[in-house]
Design a binder for this molecule. Sequence first.
Ligand code: MG
Length: 156
Amino acid sequence: MRFGLGYDSHVFEDGRKLVLGGVAFPGETGLKAHSDGDVLIHAIIDALFGAAALGDIGSHFPDTDEKWRDADSSDLLAEAVRIVAAAGYSIGNIDATVICERPRLSSRILEIRTRLAQIMSLDVSQVSVKGKTNEKMDDVGAGRGIVVHAIAALHH
Ligand code: MG
């Protein structure tokens, strides 16, 4: 069993669409990014590459590459799973914590877990996502952006 840690953060930017874990949040402010800004998927990708010691999201999908401009992060996650599987690993489970003041995630958690499981060809029981606020502390607590921590367990 191997474990990998993932982290990502993005600031809100007016005029962008918010997507978290491949799920759209209509009416919410989106995140500034080269890709679609799916901060949850980005953290999970880094957890997967970290567990396999295969680098990170930037080394596989560089944001200097026009190929990834406005990329659908769901496609990047599916590709990351293929890369990890090609190295001989299967995913045991994923756990992630999304930290933001908005949006409130509780009513959308099962939808996000289901979508992430679908992208990674996992059972929903293998994918956990929790939402927290930062109790109004610091920039995240002031509502400037979203932070995600994720961990992945891989079997060889
Ligand atoms: Mg990112």
